[in-house]
Structure formats: structure tokens, C-alpha cells
Design a protein around this ligand. Structure first.
Ligand code: NAI
Ligand code: MG
Length: 497
């Protein structure tokens, strides 16, 4: 009996000084022996050091992933992969407190929010578990029936390189590892240098769940060293990337080396259209959440607020009041609604945009500055910011800020609103606020973006495809479309006579 009472063995604490990375089923240092540090953005203090993996470490990990793909992993039946994914989902739930704390300490997200993601992340893993036994090809009628039989097989694409950012390390890892395991691929994951700790904990859980050596590898390192080496690698079949559009472009160029498959979840500058008939009591908090959740460090952050001129002033006033009341603080504080920005670099970038907004003639209606009061001075805290008197040509309206900043822009007709909403190189997401069902569907159809939310924002579900248009990238995560990204279709012809 006693053996079954405490089966849960704690994961490595996030602040243990020296971490190793996970390659071919073993915990290893970088071959060079070099390390790099990761910082707690709420305090500016060093949290841990991780190996600084480089090209030679990526080579080892890719070779391990290739051996596993061709060896033991290829003998796992769909039902075996399903059982494994379900076991991983259970382990995630058991260790969720440790995982969510790791994200909070490493990248700043409020702990109450991180904890609330438990069901969603476990649900993602269980969704992929279900998909593992739902992969099928088809028989195809050809023009020589009776003589020729043709059918398709859907085969795993092979070794996947996953490169992820720091804004949602756990979810981003699972959005790559989940479909890889479901389809029978193997994977080398390169976390962001800003937030590598949760992906390392995830490697621990994969190991405990019984994922065979080489199937899931996590190599920590910088983007220009380990990341670029993975993107250029001749034996990687596909890169799944989430991050900035600029880096996405270099990944796409690198993919030409061996004509890799690529899926890109990139940046955005998502518009929110608030119509004159919107229910302001729900639209104001929803817009605030769209703009400020995760301190605006979300690819889908709603950062351009197009409001019907007849309600513009009232809306901006209410949004500014709401923003000013949001509690900014360290993620570990249970009252915190808005945490710090991930890094000093990100802080400088966002403050640069705040200054540029004022210089270009916008007026600060809420926030507008770094918060340096008391203990917050040591961290990267920025007040949720609402700009009024903005115009479409300002940098705060054109560029992805990746901070808690939204700019209000009045409009006079829906045609004008749509035109301005679409006047961006990005096309990741958009929001529509109206009580008119016809207007809702018309605007949803006319916004050129991969996801449109009506009277809500941020809704995500493993069964529902997500992914951008235009310079926000291509390839879907979520839904059966997601699995297609990890599968290659083979056609087989059989001569019957
Ligand atoms: P990034 O796109 O450079 O980093 C994302 C990942 O790519 C990291 O793991 C990084 O190590 C890796 N990487 C960087 N350069 C690479 C290269 N040449 N080859 C292969 N991998 C590479 O983003 P970063 O530097 O963390 O943030 C800069 C800005 O990018 C942010 O201020 C924000 O505006 C934007 N960003 C947007 C994201 C989104 O989801 N839309 C996510 C992260 C950043
Ligand atoms: Mg960090």
C-alpha cells in the first residue's frame, strides 16, 4: 500500500543553480561546457544557468532523433503512442503547480493565470492522444478500376525541429511535442534563451512517462547558435517555429538548404473593431484582456482599437479607467493581474514605443511609463497603457510592440474600419464587438486574419485551428489541420491483373 500513496516525485526546482539539457534520453552539458543564465524578470535576479548548446550539440540531438525515428519509436503502434500521451497528460496535471511556478519565475506570467491553464494544457495532450488513433489515408478511385488500385498512407514527416519563444513556454512546447508524438515524429526542441526552464521540466516528465530515448530532445542555447543550427540542419525534415516575423524569415531562408517543411506562427498587430451597438460592459474588460493579458506579450494581442466615433470618447475613458485599476506586480503575488515584461531588452523596446507614441502626437490616457515604485524598480514592469489621439501612420499603431499597449482610433463607417483593420502586413487575429449578428459575421468574413473572435477574445482550443495569414505566417496549430503539418501523404499504386 505505502508504495502507491506517494508516487509523485517532485521535479527539479526552477531555481536550482545548474541545469542540464536533455539529449538522447540523458541529461547532458553542452559539449563546449559553456552555460548561459536565465533571469527572473520580476526581480532581475539570476534564476539558474543552463547549457549553451551550439551546432555540435544540435548535431547530436538530431542524430539521436533520427535513430529513434527509424528504430524503437517506429515500432510504437498508434495505440501505444496514445497511451503514452495520456500518461504524459496525467503527469502534467500531477506536476502542474511546479510547471506553472516555473513559467512564473522564468518569464513573469501571473501565477494565478498560469495555474488556471492546467486543464487547457492537459486537454491539449489528451486531444493529441485521441488523434494518434485517428490518422488514416484513403482509397482513391482512379480511371483504371479493376486494373489499378491506389491508396494513400499518411506517414510521419520525420525529425522535427521546434523553436519556441518565451511568452508561453509550456503551451508552446506542447503545441509542438503533442502533434509530433501523435503522428510518430521525433523532435528536437530549442526553447527561448529567456525562458528555458519549463521546457526542461517537460523533458523530465517525458522521460518519466516512458518516452523512448531520442524521441523528445531539449537543447538549450541561443537563437543565432543552436536555433540557427537546427533551422539549417540537413537531417531535419520540418521546422515548427513560433516567434517574431524577422526570425521567421531567416528560418524560411534556412529551410531552402534541404527543402524542409516549415510552419510559422509569427507576429501580429491585431485590430479590435468596436461597433456603436456593442455592449460596453463586456467589451471594455474584453478589450483590456485582449491588450494586456500576459503584459501584452502574446502574438494575438489586440493592439489597434478601432471604435465607432459615436462611442469613442466614452469607450476610451472607460478602458483607461479599467487599465489604471489593473494590479501590476510580481507573478508570484496572488493579487497580480499584470506581471513584468520578460527581459530588460523587452522593457527597453516597449518603453521606446511609449516615448515614440508621445513624440508622434498620441496622448497617454492610461499608464504610459515604466513602474519603478518600491520593489517593482528591480523588475521589468510597465503600466498598462492606453493611447488616444493616435493615427494609422504612428509606429505604435503599425509595429508589433509586444507589451501592454493599445492605441484607440475612431472610425466613421464599417467599410472604413475594415479597410484600416486590414491595412497591416500582419494577419494573425482580430476582434469584433457588436450586438448585431449580421454585422458580426460580415466583419468576421472581411477581416484578413487567421482567427476572428466576436464579443470575446483569446479563446483557444486544441480542436480548433489557429494560425495566421500574410506575414503572421502559415500552417495551423490545433485541429486536424495541425496533424497535417506533421504528416506526409504517400500514394501507393498496385497493379491488379
Ligand atoms: P525571436 O523570434 O528572435 O525568438 C524566438 C525563438 O527563435 C527563440 O527560441 C530564439 O532563440 C530563436 N531564434 C532567434 N534567432 C534565430 C535564428 N536566427 N534562427 C533560429 N532560431 C532563432 O524573438 P525574441 O528575440 O525573443 O523577441 C523579439 C521580438 O519578437 C519581441 O519583442 C516580439 O515583438 C517578437 N516576438 C513575437 C512573438 C510572437 O509570438 N508573435 C514571440 C516572441 C517574440
Ligand atoms: Mg528568464
Amino acid at each position: 500500500m505505502t508504495a502507491t500513496i506517494e508516487t509523485r516525485q517532485a521535479l527539479t526546482p526552477p531555481d536550482s543553480a545548474e541545469r542540464k539539457m536533455f539529449v538522447d534520453g540523458a541529461w547532458v552539458d553542452a559539449l563546449s561546457g559553456e552555460t548561459m543564465e536565465t533571469i527572473n524578470p520580476a526581480t532581475g535576479e539570476r534564476l539558474a544557468v543552463v547549457p549553451r548548446g551550439r551546432r555540435e550539440d544540435i548535431d547530436l540531438a538530431v542524430a539521436a532523433a533520427r535513430r529513434a525515428f527509424e528504430g524503437p519509436w517506429s515500432r510504437f503502434k498508434p495505440a501505444d503512442r496514445q497511451r503514452l500521451l495520456l500518461r504524459i497528460a496525467d503527469l502534467f496535471e500531477e506536476h502542474w503547480d511546479e510547471l506553472s511556478l516555473s513559467d512564473t519565475l522564468d518569464m513573469g506570467k501571473p501565477l494565478t493565470r498560469a495555474r488556471a491553464d492546467k486543464g487547457r494544457v492537459a486537454g491539449m495532450l489528451r486531444y493529441y492522444a485521441g488523434m494518434a488513433t485517428n490518422l488514416d489515408g484513403r482509397t482513391v478511385d482512379n480511371s483504371q478500376p479493376g486494373e489499378m488500385f491506389s491508396y494513400t498512407r499518411r506517414e510521419p514527416v520525420g525529425v522535427v525541429g521546434a523553436i519556441i519563444p518565451w511568452n508561453a513556454p509550456i503551451a508552446a512546447s506542447i503545441w509542438k511535442i503533442g502533434p509530433a508524438l501523435a503522428t510518430g515524429c521525433t523532435i528536437v526542441l530549442k526553447p527561448s534563451e529567456e525562458a528555458p526552464l519549463s521546457p526542461l521540466l517537460i523533458a523530465e516528465l517525458m522521460n518519466r512517462a516512458g518516452v523512448p530515448a531520442g524521441v523528445v530532445n531539449v537543447v538549450t542555447g541561443s537563437g543565432t547558435e543552436a536555433g540557427a543550427a537546427l533551422a539549417e540542419h540537413l537531417d531535419v525534415d520540418k521546422i515548427a517555429f513560433t516567434g517574431s516575423t524577422l526570425t521567421g524569415q531567416s528560418i524560411l531562408r534556412a529551410s531552402a538548404n534541404n527543402i524542409k517543411r516549415v510552419s510559422l506562427e509569427l507576429g501580429g498587430k491585431s485590430p479590435l473593431i468596436v461597433c456603436a451597438d456593442a455592449d460596453l460592459d463586456t467589451a471594455v474588460p474584453t478589450v483590456a484582456l485582449a491588450a494586456f493579458a500576459n503584459s501584452g506579450q502574446i502574438c494575438i494581442a489586440g493592439s489597434r482599437l478601432l471604435v465607432d466615433r459615436s462611442i469613442h470618447d466614452e469607450f476610451v475613458e472607460r478602458l483607461a479607467a479599467y487599465a489604471s485599476a489593473l494590479k501590476v506586480g510580481p507573478g508570484v503575488d496572488p493579487d497580480t493581474e499584470i506581471g513584468p515584461l520578460v527581459s530588460k531588452r523587452q522593457l527597453d523596446k516597449v518603453v521606446g514605443f511609449l516615448d515614440a507614441g508621445v513624440e508622434e502626437g498620441a496622448t497617454v490616457r492610461a499608464g504610459g511609463a515604466r513602474i519603478e515604485r518600491g520593489e517593482l524598480a528591480a523588475g521589468n514592469f510597465v503600466a498598462p497603457t492606453v493611447f488616444g489621439d493616435a493615427s494609422d501612420s504612428m509606429s505604435i499603431v503599425r509595429e508589433e510592440i509586444f507589451g501592454p499597449v493599445i492605441s484607440a482610433l475612431p472610425f466613421d463607417s464599417l467599410d472604413e474600419a475594415v479597410k484600416r483593420a486590414n491595412a497591416t502586413p500582419y494577419g494573425l487575429a482580430g476582434g469584433v464587438f457588436t450586438r448585431d449578428v449580421g454585422t458580426a459575421h460580415q466583419l468576421a468574413a472581411r477581416i484578413r486574419a487567421g482567427s476572428v473572435w466576436v464579443n470575446t477574445y483569446h479563446a483557444l482550443d486544441p480542436a480548433v485551428p489557429f494560425g495566421g495569414f500574410k506575414m503572421s505566417g502559415f500552417g495551423k496549430e490545433g485541429g486536424s489541420e495541425h496533424l497535417d503539418e506533421y504528416l506526409a501523404t504517400k500514394t501507393v499504386w498496385v497493379k491488379l491483373d
